[in-house]
Design a protein around this ligand. Structure first.
Ligand code: ASP
Ligand code: MG
Length: 411
């Protein structure tokens, strides 16, 4: 029989009514002839509540115990969905991460999956059982500790299980009906995409679109898992297809730009009058790297006097204070005159595999933003995307401008 992995996020299992609705989606696919594994998240808001309790319990908590606590939300929904299915006459059983097992690294709170043995799930299929799997959870075999895969990790559980049981398809059910050209809350004219290339989805997710955990997209891409993003709010009897993540070659009409993403959680740091000598970039960025702070966009101005230069770069918003403190501490060593920072910035990115074969795509955006009086603080480009850093006050205007510039508006 063909195999299907279905994943339901927090809003899709938010209460017993929603869980019964999930059971209807599962029943439909089973009736269509699939062996089904369902991966569930915790009820919406649950994981945040559990994280809050950990923070309340101890200022600096043991990451091992953190995982014991935060993984519990998924256990509840897995059990409840299995009961609901059985109550409706559909054979089902729940599986916790360690029972499968889903073996991971020991990085508590953000563990990576090393290996999944799909045998027990497949045995269940041969007994006609639906496997209801608690997402987000894993097991560190060295210490026999429960681990979790990072926030949003149930997406990754689902794709990894689909790869492990060689599923024909993986359907990620959420509260939107697919992947959009940009956030429809910002641009009402945003369009749902029928298809998106793995690489584009990877960029979209990394650059701020919050539909899927980045790691799940990487896994889908490397294992070629045919993955759909679709809505659990559709009538289970009239399901809509959603958006398919697939190989670039499987998209017939490839636009130049597929989507516009934005990330507000960035901060900008500028070092003024840095001594312009070999090794200066290393002097600035080594201490940040050692502190595990990810630097993203970097702009170095050519020095006019040959002695000093200005350097601008971005760091994650949550690391802003720490990054500034590290640089100030190293001020005499790096030899800069002053440090300026801004956290009211946003990074806006345009993504599309079509950029590979078209010149001047970014240049058009710079013109269009300039025409709206929007100043660009920093720019980065790569093969299939470019990003600009601007004042956050202009977020909506800039996203809308680029969205229509590249012909993404619907209607
Ligand atoms: N419940 C976890 C979270 O909220 C995992 C997930 O939903 O994917 O991050
Ligand atoms: Mg999610």
């Amino acid at each position: 029989m063909p195999r299907l992995v279905m994943k339901f996020g927090g809003t899709s299992v938010a209460n017993m009514d929603r869980i019964r609705n999930v059971a209807r989606h599962v029943a439909r696919e089973r009736a269509a002839g699939f062996d089904v594994a369902v991966v569930v998240s915790a009820m919406s808001g649950k994981t945040n509540e559990l994280v809050g309790w950990c923070q309340d319990a101890a200022k600096i908590f043991d990451p091992r115990e953190y995982d014991v606590v935060v993984s519990s939300g998924e256990q509840v929904t897995a059990g409840l969905l299995a009961m609901t299915l059985v109550g409706q006459g559909i054979p089902a059983r729940s599986w916790l991460g360690w029972q499968i097992p889903i073996l991971t690294t020991s990085a508590h709170g953000s563990a990576r999956i090393d290996e999944i043995d799909g045998t027990s799930l497949v045995d269940g299929f041969s007994r006609g059982e639906v496997a209801v799997i608690a997402g987000f959870q894993g097991l560190d075999p060295e210490t026999r500790s429960v681990t979790t895969l990072g926030r949003g990790g149930s997406d990754t559980s689902a794709v990894a299980i689909a790869a492990a049981v060689k599923a024909d398809r993986c359907d990620i059910y959420t509260d939107v009906d697919g992947v959009y050209t940009t956030d429809p809350r910002i641009v009402p004219k945003a369009r749902r995409l029928d298809r998106i290339a793995f690489e584009e989805m990877l960029e979209m997710a990394s650059l701020g679109a919050k539909v899927l955990q980045v790691r799940s997209v990487e896994l889908a891409m490397t294992h070629k898992v045919k993955t759909f993003v679709r809505s659990s709010f559709d009538d289970p009897d009239f399901p809509q297809p959603g958006t398919l993540m697939c190989d670039e070659e499987d998209i017939v009409e490839q636009p130049i730009v597929t989507g516009i993403a934005f990330a507000r959680d960035e901060a900008q740091i500028t070092l003024k009058r840095v001594a312009d000598r070999p090794g200066v970039a290393a002097a600035v960025f080594m201490p940040l790297a050692e502190a595990n702070i990810n630097v993203d966009m970097i702009v170095q101005v050519a020095s006019d006097d040959g002695r000093t230069t200005d350097m601008t770069f971005t760091v994650p918003g949550v690391e802003f204070e720490r990054a500034k403190a590290i640089l100030i501490k190293a001020q005499s060593e790096i030899a800069f005159e002053s440090l300026h920072g801004a956290s009211d910035v946003v990074k806006i990115s345009a993504i599309g595999v079509g950029m590979r074969s078209h010149a001047g795509v970014a240049a058009r955006a710079f013109r269009a933003l300039a025409d709206k009086g929007i100043n660009i603080r920093a720019i980065t480009t790569s093969e299939i995307k470019f990003s600009v850093l601007i004042d956050s006050a202009y977020t909506e205007l800039a996203v809308r401008t680029l969205h229509s510039l590249y012909g993404l508006d619907q209607g």
